[in-house]
Design a protein around this ligand. Structure first.
Ligand code: SAM
Length: 277
């Protein structure tokens, strides 16, 4: 029996193409089209947009994005075994799906779509790849960035770090970078049983929208202060920031040297980065 989008059920697609999940590629597939549609809907209206999807695998999320009317989808997948399944989806939605076989960590995302094109990025990725890409998307050369939004699946723990702010145990480098340049929120959690095979932990869909005019600050300097401060998060800042100027730097930024990293707001980290610069 066909699924709601007229294509064969994902379980059958996976079987027919021998797409047994590979641990080395972080493969945990979503087979429920209602759930993948919920993720795609979280991204916002798709009709006018090109969606860049990273790690489509057998195409559950890809199908949801297309069925919700995305103008065009550019999907980047590392696993060659997924290509025939993705080709079937491309044939079902003529001219609307472009598949690139390759490693997303090596892709120049900005060059995938024409300048000025409204772009949304949606991905369910292995967590280490997702975190690295998120940092790259938060720190591109130009700001505002080429995309309108990021809708990404993470382990819940990582999601909490992305949306964490001062005085939260999960607050760290990711929270500062995301808080500086985006409005980030956890849209909803996804239990392990929703995936095949199920991962060990709960996942979260995180939605981030770029702030057009974030506080002026050099990304490199912000990275250096957050790395030093959170590298020794239990220590007072006068100690953890010693290699970057310690008390003198803190005085310049107007921050009490006895405070600890996790008490500083994003604005205060920006002040420190600007003092360092
Ligand atoms: N999007 C599908 C879904 O939701 O069912 C698959 C999700 S699965 C968690 C992650 C996918 O990312 C796999 O298809 C895997 O092959 C792919 N992948 C892993 N590392 C990648 C990389 N560096 N570049 C592109 N794709 C990658």
């Amino acid at each position: 029996m066909a699924a709601i989008d007229g294509l064969p059920p994902l379980r059958e697609v996976i079987q027919r193409h021998g797409l047994d999940a590979k641990k080395s590629l972080g493969q945990n597939f979503l087979l429920d089209l209602n759930l993948t549609q919920k993720i795609a809907r979280t991204a916002g209206p798709l009709e006018e947009c090109t969606v860049i999807e990273v790690g489509p695998g057998p195409g559950g999320l890809t199908r949801a994005i297309l069925s919700l009317g995305a103008k065009h989808v550019v999907a980047i997948e590392r696993d060659a075994r997924a290509m025939p399944a993705l080709k079937e989806i491309a044939e079902h939605y003529p001219g609307r799906l472009t598949v690139i076989e390759g490693d997303a960590l090596k892709v120049d995302f900005e060059s995938l779509t024409p300048p000025g094109e409204p772009v949304r990025i949606i991905a369910n990725l292995p967590y280490n790849v997702g975190t690295q890409l998120l940092v790259d998307w938060l720190l591109p050369k130009r700001w505002p960035p080429f995309y309108r939004s990021l809708t990404l699946m993470f382990q819940r723990e990582v999601g909490l770090r992305i949306v964490a702010r001062a005085d939260d145990d999960h607050y760290g480098r990711l929270g500062v970078l995301a808080g500086w340049r985006t409005n980030a929120r956890i849209a909803f959690d996804v239990p392990p049983q929703a995936f095949v095979p199920p991962p060990k932990v709960t996942s979260s869909v995180v939605h981030l929208e770029p702030i057009e005019n974030p506080l002026p600050c050099k990304a490199g300097a912000l990275e250096r202060v957050t790395q030093a401060a959170f590298g020794q998060r239990r220590k007072m800042l006068r100690q953890s920031l010693k290699p970057l100027g310690g008390e003198a730097l803190l005085a310049l930024a107007g921050i009490d040297p006895q405070r600890r990293a996790e008490t500083l707001s994003v604005e205060e980290f920006v002040a420190l980065a600007n003092a360092l610069d």
